[in-house]
Design a protein around this ligand. Structure first.
Ligand code: 8Y7
Length: 276
């Protein structure tokens, strides 16, 4: 069971985290109001499609992306959190900035998804006293530089060692273990070979039975494998989601909730020998 603010998420079947992207490059340059209603509509559609939780992000973490200011991030996030205040699933906010974490938690977020795994000064303190869930993700470098310098002797061992340190830091600050999720951070400072190794050996990443999250949906590693542009990576994303689930992922961070749900339903039926 994952503690996630006022929510308790069962971890007996893989959960789907629907992605809601508030970065301007994912919209067509409309005004902020249009963006808010588009984002809220996208969020509600993800919930209708069966999302168990949503991940709302207002700063791009794509390779090469430049940072967004705290004010701008909050200007994008807060109206959407407010509009989704009555929704039935936990809202995760994708941020590494302590002030944004505090504001998000004060405005209805139940989870913080941090690509820096609470390494920014003040980040652990920002989440410690709330009951929110926290996703600790591995990244080598920063989004601006990470693809230029990806190097590991043993990617699985190094990612796991990093996660172990971040778990210790969180526990030492009083974040209970039932609030923690781990994520190897596919494509965050990794070559294709590293990403494939992490997926192939995903089950080896677990630490103290903490739940693992996998975010592979539409990513460049799928583009490299299939030769497809981002708009044509659904089939690759579904294959990766099923594989990650097979290898122990408890939460899948995805763009295509309805399709992933169907793919997982087939996988689960075959596993269980019956339709649930
Ligand atoms: C991940 C993520 C992104 C991921 C977690 C994208 C914010 C890039 N990827 N957070 N965020 N794990 N925890 O293509 O893999 O979605 S952004």
């Amino acid at each position: 069971m994952l503690r996630c603010g006022a929510f308790r998420l069962p971890l007996t079947r893989p959960l789907l985290m629907g992605i809601v992207n508030l970065t301007p490059d994912s919209f067509s340059g409309d005004g902020l109001d249009r963006n808010i209603s588009a984002a809220v509509a996208q969020a509600r559609q993800q919930i209708d499609a069966g999302a168990d939780l949503l991940d709302i992000g207002a700063e791009s973490s794509r390779p090469g992306a430049a940072p967004t200011s705290e004010d701008e991030e909050l200007r994008r996030l807060l109206p959407v959190l407010e509009a989704l205040g009555d929704c039935s699933v936990p809202l995760s906010v994708d941020t590494y900035k302590p002030a944004v974490m505090r504001a998000a938690l004060a405005n209805g977020a139940s989870m913080i998804n941090d690509i820096y795994a609470l390494r920014m000064p003040g980040a652990i303190a920002a989440v410690a006293d709330s009951g929110c869930a926290v996703c600790l993700m591995h990244m080598q470098g920063t989004p601006l530089t990470m693809q230029a310098q990806a190097a590991y002797a043993d990617v699985v061992a190094e990612v796991q060692a990093f996660m172990r340190k971040r778990v210790s830091a969180a526990l030492a600050a009083g974040v209970a273990s039932d609030r923690l999720l781990l994520d190897p951070g596919f494509c965050f400072g990794k070559t294709l070979q590293h990403n494939i190794e992490l997926l192939r050996r995903f089950d080896e990443l677990s630490i103290d039975d903490l739940p693992l999250l996998a975010g592979i949906s539409r990513k460049s590693m799928l583009g490299t494998i299939t030769g497809r542009p981002v708009a044509q990576r659904l089939a690759g994303s579904l294959a990766a989601a099923v594989l990650a689930a097979q290898r122990g992922a408890r939460i899948l961070r995805v763009h295509d909730v309805a399709e992933t749900r169907d793919a997982l339903a087939v996988w689960q039926a075959a596993n269980a020998g019956c339709v649930a």
